[in-house]
Design a protein around this ligand. Structure first.
Ligand code: FAD
Length: 355
């Protein structure tokens, strides 16, 4: 019997969606405080830092309120891990028009744009394949048979979902087509938190959800934010490099956190929709910088699917600031990046502490 072990971040997200930890850092400059808020969400964790003047004790309640509203809103609309979410209702829906919320429409529209841009490498209709390979909310003990794979490929294809912005509706070509927004909705949640902070007048903050990050302004020491890109190790957590990130978003997709091990072989959670199989080309991680975290999140997955050669070619073609780490063996990686990545991250350092 093949042995299967699943490796993911601890699933802290159960009934208590929102247990946050607050810390207020000591004053760093001119009476500014750096508030740190962390907690579980979407099967992973979030970390938020907000730098604000004064020691306003009500600020942490305000931050908690904003985070709760935004994260619960995105989870309620886009989680395939809940039966009561909007996307779960869409997945159960037939081929007739589905009235979608403006938020779901926005994410669907961007998902389809990145799908077209990447020639279908990014494809939210991989939901059934994700489940079949043992990822997603439904576990699977065995990999799908060739016959099952062909059946699942028949329901896969981003063209099966139509986003009608004029009517504000979604349409599927087939009833059994299912969408999985796991590769884009965390980035969207980061953007929504940032937008809410902007509305509240915060000018200096860092928002991170499950590795997708967005910053604005400066950190508590009055310096530009520096963000760490993780070393794509399977067993340990370490920073590979830190980069300056001001008023931009950074998202990373990789093969090292969420995988299944079968008979000693690691199987990635990133599925190539063209073959229906998990990727196996040795690209350990791809990081993308963009003004939108939603877009960065989706592009990082698209490039991860395409791999070191086609992914780099696509990133060069569309001037995407992208950084690739190709696994040579368990300890060594080959770095590749686009020219625009270099231009944006000139002060990159492997040794500076991560913010
Ligand atoms: P990314 O590269 O950003 O995304 C990879 C994921 O996208 C895969 O796991 C798969 O689901 C999908 N995917 C695979 N191939 C493709 C492709 N070619 N194109 C498009 N998508 C693809 N996890 C839990 O365990 N419990 C939860 O309660 C839970 N709730 C969630 C709620 C929401 C709203 C979201 C967005 C995710 C939730 N997750 C949950 C999922 C968990 O956080 C995922 O592991 C995570 O979203 C995957 O992100 P990543 O950054 O690791 O990888």
């Amino acid at each position: 019997m093949p042995s299967a072990r699943r490796f993911v971040l601890p699933a802290m997200f159960v009934a208590a969606l929102f247990v946050v930890v607050f810390l207020r850092q000591p004053d760093r400059s001119e009476g500014r405080h750096e508030y740190l808020v962390t907690g579980p969400t979407m099967g992973t964790t979030f970390t938020v830092k907000v730098v604000a003047r004064g020691g306003d004790d009500t600020l942490k309640e305000r931050l908690a309120g904003i985070l709760r509203d935004v994260l619960e809103g995105v989870d309620g609309a886009m989680s395939t891990y809940r039966t009561d979410s909007e996307i779960a209702a869409f997945n159960r829906h037939g081929t007739e028009n589905f009235d979608a919320s403006p938020e779901l429409m926005e994410v669907m529209k961007e998902a389809q744009r990145v799908a077209r841009l990447s020639g279908g490498a990014f494809d939210i209709t991989v939901g059934p394949l994700v489940d079949a390979w043992g990822f997603g909310p439904v576990g699977a003990a065995e990999p799908p048979s060739e016959e099952a794979l062909q059946r699942l490929l028949a329901v896969t294809g981003f063209e099966q979902i139509e986003v009608d912005s004029n009517l504000g509706v979604l349409r599927k070509a087939r009833t059994d087509c299912r969408a999985d927004l796991s590769a884009i909705a965390k980035g969207f949640a980061v953007d929504r938190v940032a937008a809410a902070f902007d509305e509240e007048g915060f000018q200096n903050y860092m928002v991170e959800i499950g590795g997708e990050v967005r910053t604005r302004g400066r950190n508590g020491a009055g310096k530009p934010w520096r963000i760490g890109i993780e070393r794509p190790d399977f067993d340990t957590r370490a920073v590979y490099v830190t980069i300056p990130l001001s008023d931009l978003a950074l998202a990373t997709s990789g093969d090292y956190r969420n995988y299944v091990e079968r008979n000693g072989v690691r199987i990635s959670h990133t599925i190539d929709p063209r073959t229906g199989r998990p990727i196996a080309h040795g690209l350990a991680s791809v990081s993308v910088i963009h003004s939108s975290c939603t877009t960065a999140d989706a592009l990082a997955t698209a490039l991860e699917v395409l791999g070191p050669v086609d992914g780099l070619a696509m990133a060069e073609q569309y001037d995407i600031p992208a950084f690739f780490l190709v696994r040579l063996d368990d300890d060594r990686f080959k770095e590749m990046h686009t020219d625009v990545w270099t231009a944006l991250t000139e002060n990159t350092s492997a040794s500076e502490p991560v913010e």
